[in-house]
Ligand binder design. Structure first.
Ligand SMILES: [Zn+2]
Length: 197
């Protein structure tokens, strides 16, 4: 029998295996709720900006109030994190990268398989200072968030399998869930961007 522990990071209580039904993941309802909340957590800096939209089923951004199409270049179609989180339109949250905000996202495509990070993606993550990182809604990509500026969006493909896109404006990012115990803060990524691009 494999000993298992509660999946809430700060708990670690040992779980009893009954052998009946689905294996338990949390020691208590309290830990299940806390772990769920931690997965949905977003840095205060991003929550504090009116850059929020909803993610449509076809990945296109939607207005949180009406569910009609939103535009990544029209601020009147964006709203607060609170309003977007309360909205039931679409399938989740999206954040618009707006010019002049000094927020940049490295979008690492197809780098997660069964929870395993591809070597090229692990190298990029290791090169970044600790910063907010989340798993894309598809569960196979990683979004590394930070401070930095780009003149325009960039797309990089490398021989080692790397498929990276970098954006800092005119683009919306569909949010998935927080990666591991990634910090809820944005680090300066300008050096990484310089090396990468
Ligand atoms: Zn627990």
């Amino acid at each position: 029998m494999i000993p298992t522990t509660c999946e809430r990071e700060t708990c670690g209580a040992e779980l009893r295996r009954t052998g009946i039904g689905r294996p338990q993941r949390f020691c208590s309802a309290r830990c299940r709720v806390a772990a769920h909340r931690a997965r949905r957590a977003v840095p205060a800096e991003l929550r504090g900006r009116e850059r929020w939209v909803r993610r449509g089923d076809d990945k296109a951004p939607l207005r949180a109030d009406t569910g009609r199409p939103a535009s990544s270049t029209n601020p009147s179609t964006w709203t607060t994190h609170t309003a977007a989180a309360r909205s039931s339109h679409g399938a989740g949250l999206g954040y618009v990268l707006a010019d002049g905000d000094d927020v940049v996202v490295l979008d690492l495509d197809h780098c997660l398989t069964g929870g395993q990070l591809a070597p090229w993606a692990a190298r990029i993550l290791a090169a970044c200072p600790p910063t907010f990182t989340e798993v894309s809604p598809s569960g196979t990509g990683l979004h590394i968030w930070g401070h930095g500026r780009l003149e325009r969006g960039r797309r990089i493909r490398r021989d080692d399998g790397a498929h990276i896109e970098a954006y800092s404006s005119g683009r919306y990012i569909a949010l998935g869930h927080r990666y591991d115990d990634a910090p809820l803060a944005l680090a300066d990524l300008s050096e990484v961007l310089e090396q990468l691009l």
